[in-house]
Ligand binder design. Structure first.
Ligand SMILES: *[C@@H]1O[C@H](CO)[C@@H](O)[C@H](O)[C@H]1NC(C)=O
Ligand SMILES: *[C@@H]1O[C@H](CO)[C@@H](O)[C@H](O)[C@H]1NC(C)=O
Length: 335
């Protein structure tokens, strides 16, 4: 294999961008494990006072990831996130204003391998969410197990991440004066196994829980499509029915999260590694679908709204695909 090295005369801004993204990939893949390791080292070193105080804190604070979290604008504004955004770069695009009288459930598609676009747009202060949607507070919902890791949970909550449990989404959408946006990555971990460049398969036909929550709380639904999300990494081929895919499906059922075997480039060379490619991400926020609050929605009502959502998502994709390099004959595939 021929290794293509990065040139030595790379400008400082690009080096900073690469550093910002590499620490983010590290945080995603290993920081939680490191935090658990540090916690056990404190136990082994018998720092009992520190440990008891932190465990007491965990006990008192256990529900916070499900009750809106604890965002800290200072962390969301760290300069590292500016470099992170500019690496790809990530752009947020608005198609219509969102009235802050309501709460919104934003369905984010596709998951991609590491959901970089959702993180950049909804967990940092650098893609202009605040300016585009003044008065709206975004919460990105991720799998609950992240919040069981000591220390890591505090960091995750500080950028505005919250749990994806039903209770948590319901909490965000219950603010009577409106102004909250719950961002849900509908396809979930399963979709990350299909995050190959060019793939437009969305796992959505059997996912209706988010529709039900929106109906119950009267939250307006907004489809969001992130062009470029699937182009950031390559993945070892894993078509449905292959040995690898069967193992990945079993692991996902056991662990609750997916294990995509992805690779792209490295820090100092472009031939292999876990760094994403520098590819633009364009996250387009669609038009809101008004939802009338229904305390006990029937299956028909859920199915009907789900269908409307699918059509609206399809329309958003069709209207924008030409701008972001998707060939005319390619369309979304719902599965
Ligand atoms: C977030 O960004 C806006 C402008 O984009 C800036 O005015 C504001 O000070 C930033 N917030 C913090 C806490 O730095
Ligand atoms: C996308 O993924 C689906 C599901 O694994 C697969 O059937 C399809 O062939 C893939 N399409 C492309 C263009 O990779």
């Amino acid at each position: 294999m021929k290794v293509e090295f990065a040139p030595l005369n790379i400008p400082l801004t690009r080096r900073l961008q690469t550093a910002a993204v590499s620490q983010w990939v590290f945080s995603f893949l290993l920081l939680a494990q490191c935090c658990v390791g540090i916690f056990f080292m404190l136990v082994l070193a018998r720092f009992w006072l520190l440990i008891s105080l932190y465990v007491l804190w965990l006990y008192l604070d256990w529900e916070t990831p499900q009750t809106g979290g604890r965002r800290w604008e200072w962390v969301r504004s760290w300069t590292v996130w500016k470099h992170f955004k500019e690496y790809f770069p990530i752009k947020l695009i608005k198609t219509q204003d969102l009235d802050t009288q309501h709460n919104y459930l934003l369905g984010f598609h596709p998951h991609g391998v590491l959901v970089a676009g959702a993180f950049g747009n909804f967990c940092t202060n650098y893609t202009g969410f605040k300016e585009l949607f003044p008065g709206l507070t975004p919460h990105l919902h991720i799998l609950p197990f992240w919040f069981r890791c000591p220390f890591f949970r505090e960091y995750a909550m500080s950028v505005g991440l919250v749990s994806s449990s039903k209770k948590s989404v319901t909490h965000v959408l219950s603010r009577p004066q409106g102004g909250n946006a719950a961002v849900v990555v509908v396809g979930g971990a399963e979709e990350s196994l299909d995050a190959h460049p060019g793939n437009l398969t969305l796992h959505i036909l059997n996912r209706k829980g988010f529709i039900k929550v929106a109906l119950k709380r009267g939250a307006h639904l907004v489809p969001v499509f992130s062009f470029g999300e699937n182009e950031l990494f390559l993945q070892v081929p894993n078509p449905k029915g292959s040995v690898l895919r069967n193992i990945q499906d079993k692991l996902q059922k056991m662990l609750g999260f997916a294990v995509p075997l992805f690779h792209a480039r490295g820090i100092f060379q472009y031939s292999f590694g876990l760094m994403p490619y520098r590819m633009p991400i364009h996250t387009v926020v669609g038009k809101p679908i008004p939802v009338k609050q229904t305390s006990n929605p029937t299956q028909e009502e859920i199915d009907e709204l789900h269908q409307i959502y699918l059509e609206s998502l399809q329309e958003l994709f069709e209207e924008n695909k030409a701008k972001y390099g998707i060939p005319e004959h390619k369309s979304l595939i719902f599965t």
